[in-house]
Ligand binder design. Structure first.
Ligand SMILES: [Zn+2]
Ligand SMILES: [Zn+2]
Ligand SMILES: [Zn+2]
Length: 273
């Protein structure tokens, strides 16, 4: 299985579109891996995670190819993860030769679709919405996808996703603090070995654990997963989803993550397991 990171920044991107802080100015000057667009990832070439406002930019600049993508997992309705207006572009005459498109998400994602997609009744022929319930497996092509409960915005059911294909398993866990006990219970009951775990690191140098994670929180979460027998020394650990308020540009983030055995995502990074 292949995971490609297209957007590795937090809500405002890095640099933040209107931000004049030192770290955003540095990112603008240095460019390269310091530029972090908003959240999006792709499994193989056909399972998209989140529909960021930067999707079109990802297709132009990072070669995100949506030709084979007919399934979209949405983690939650925050604007950096979900830009429903783009769904209108699935319909004729904006797009030709498309198969039916499937969107999986929570109730808030559904509500945003129905309130923000222009002419939603016409677009409805082009896509189906499926409510993703925590701990209820979804069968998508040859994947089994398990939505798990995140610890994030309490006003909606934020999700992280476990994605299984053949004997491989990826856990994509962003916009979450320390995993809620129900999520740990589910993982412990299923006892599926995780080959790749991508953990939130929005607050980088600062501890959080309640809505997001910093590096110390990611280290603690990893230890729990290892202690419960869900991961081991063969598991690949990545931190992702970084905010300019966390204090570390890419090189410093790599330096700090390296000390504790995590890889650091960047826009365009590919990992194969
Ligand atoms: Zn986010
Ligand atoms: Zn800034
Ligand atoms: Zn969020």
């Amino acid at each position: 299985m292949k995971l490609t990171y297209y957007g590795t920044g937090a809500g405002e991107g890095w640099p933040g579109v209107f931000c004049n802080c030192k770290l955003c100015k540095e990112a603008r000057r240095l460019k390269g891996k310091n530029i972090r667009s908003r959240s999006q990832a792709l499994i193989n070439d056909d399972l998209l995670i989140d529909l960021t406002p930067d999707t079109y930019m990802h297709s132009l600049v990072y070669d995100l190819d949506l030709e084979n993508v007919n399934h979209l997992l949405v983690t939650h309705s925050h604007t950096d993860h979900f830009h429903p207006a783009d769904l209108e572009l699935l319909r004729e005459p904006f797009a030709h030769n498309r198969e039916l498109f499937h969107v999986y998400g929570n109730e808030s994602v559904r509500n945003r679709i129905w309130s923000e997609v222009p002419k939603v009744e016409e677009v409805e022929d082009c896509f189906n919405f499926h409510k993703a319930e925590p701990f209820t497996k979804l069968s998508i092509k040859d994947y089994i996808v398990v939505p798990l409960r995140a610890l994030h915005d309490r006003s909606e059911e934020c999700l992280i996703y476990e994605i299984l294909q053949g004997d491989k398993a990826i856990l994509y866990a962003h916009d979450t603090g320390a995993f809620p006990s129900e999520t740990m219970d589910y993982l412990m009951e299923e006892k599926i070995h995780l080959d790749l775990v991508s953990l939130d690191c929005t607050t980088q140098s600062e501890e959080d654990g309640k809505n997001h994670m910093g590096l110390v929180d990611a280290v603690k979460q990893r230890q729990l997963l290892i202690d419960f027998g869900l991961a081991d020394e063969t598991t690949i650990w990545v931190v992702n989803h970084f905010s300019h308020n966390g204090g570390w540009l890419h090189d410093r983030m790599v330096e700090e993550a390296d000390k504790v055995g995590f890889l650091v995502s960047y826009d365009g990074m590919v990992i194969e397991i």
